[in-house]
Ligand binder design. Structure first.
Ligand SMILES: Nc1nc2c(ncn2[C@@H]2O[C@H](COP(=O)(O)OP(=O)(O)OP(=O)(O)O)[C@@H](O)[C@H]2O)c(=O)[nH]1
Length: 365
């Protein structure tokens, strides 16, 4: 039986990644959302939520009926306290939209951690979904470029903490900073390239979880991987092309070239799920078993799945983490950011006090 999957994109970043998923799922044509059939094996409902009408209008591949505008000026301007209030006020209409289909097996909430709307809606939304239903809820959380400033950094730390307290099943990290190709790549090309990478992995993951072939990875394996470690996880991918051996593709998917977040999996991974797709003749089953066994020895339990398709070998690796040096660094930077913002606020209050010097006085001419 096909899985019923709910994909929610919140805020600008979440909306855009959702749109890219719809683009790839419908085949990419401008009108394909009306005439095409989604390329998912699963039944997938996509919902884009935003406080900014303009961000929603920008979407090209997500049907109008799958968008929900929450009226609140033009976004919440990276202010998470305001965002949380807007969520509470509007959660009935959000749930009405999500409950148009009433049964799901799996849900992903996609958003940035640095902005306002996505980062403040995601934790309470995850909590409400978990309290109300018993399906798996995972977040796909996009970390900011570190140069984006103190507010985005402090938002990131608090968002991750709230997500981790929300009761959801895992936090899948995508790091803009790590994925940018040097300082020369312009930001819009970086966004669209990163969004494509995430979408490609999501489509592959859904296929991996919903295949009826012999040696498959399923929702239970995915849960076992995500239940271990410190809640954080990331996803690796490699398209082997014609000349790469499957074993090398598996290794590459788990290397910095394949992962969405900077992680040394030999030190930091807890468990993994590796799914290989490709033509039957190109899949050396003995070689695959050898490398998966070796990985299991090195990092912990590794589930493996093989899906026979008519394309070149491709590998998807889902990895849960025990620890993360990079995340420690993000939190250190966030602490500095909070200190800087605190000092700025104190300075502003001192400046406000200046006016008290002329309280009760009128200008004399
Ligand atoms: N990968 C990726 N990151 C994005 C994209 N758009 C924005 N971001 C990142 O998201 C963060 C800003 O958050 P947004 O998602 O724009 O903010 P929002 O949730 O809409 O919240 P407000 O605009 O404050 O109401 C920054 O770290 C950006 O680098 C995108 O299309 N792709």
């Amino acid at each position: 039986m096909a899985l019923n999957v709910l994909l929610i994109g919140v805020g600008q970043c979440g909306n855009r990644i959702l749109d890219e998923i719809n683009k790839q799922a419908f085949g990419g044509g401008r009108l394909s959302k009306y005439f095409g059939r989604q390329k998912f094996p699963s039944n997938v409902k996509t919902v884009a939520i935003n406080t900014s009408r303009n961000d929603l209008k920008e979407l090209e591949y997500t049907k109008a009926k799958d968008r929900l505008h929450i009226t609140h000026l033009h976004g919440v301007g990276a202010n998470r306290e305001e965002g949380k209030k807007v969520y509470e006020k509007n959660k009935d209409s959000i749930f009405k939209k999500l409950e148009e289909d009433d049964h799901y097996d799996l849900c992903f909430i996609i958003s940035s951690t640095g902005g306002g709307t996505g980062s403040s809606f995601s934790p309470p939304l995850a909590q409400d979904l978990k309290e109300k239903y018993d399906f798996q809820v995972h977040s796909i959380s996009v970390l900011p470029f570190r140069s984006e400033g103190t507010i985005f950094l402090q938002n990131t730390a608090f968002t991750l903490r709230e997500l981790s307290d929300s009761g959801l099943d895992s936090i899948i990290l995508v790091d803009n900073e790590f994925l940018r190709k040097g300082k020369d790549e312009d930001i819009h090309s970086a966004y669209s390239r990163i969004n494509q990478m995430v979408a490609e992995r999501m489509l592959f993951l859904l296929k991996a979880l919903d295949s009826e072939m012999m040696l498959v990875t399923d929702l239970g394996d995915f849960k076992t991987v995500m239940d271990s470690g410190n809640m954080f996880a990331t996803i690796g991918f490699c398209n082997a092309g014609e000349n790469m051996r499957v074993e090398s593709a598996i290794k590459k998917s788990l290397s910095p070239n394949g992962l969405l977040f900077d992680s040394n999996i030999f030190n930091e991974a807890s468990r993994a799920m590796v799914t290989i797709q490709g033509e039957k003749d190109s899949l050396d089953m003995d070689g695959i078993t050898r490398i998966i066994d070796k990985l299991s020895d090195e990092i912990g339990h590794v589930f493996k799945g093989v899906v026979v398709t008519d394309s070149n070998p491709r590998v998807l690796s889902v990895v849960s983490l025990d620890s993360s040096e990079e995340l420690d660094d993000v939190f250190d930077k966030a602490v500095e950011a909070v200190e800087i913002e605190k000092k700025k606020k104190e300075l502003q209050e001192e400046n406000d006090e200046v006016f008290s010097k002329i309280d009760g006085m009128e200008p004399e001419y």
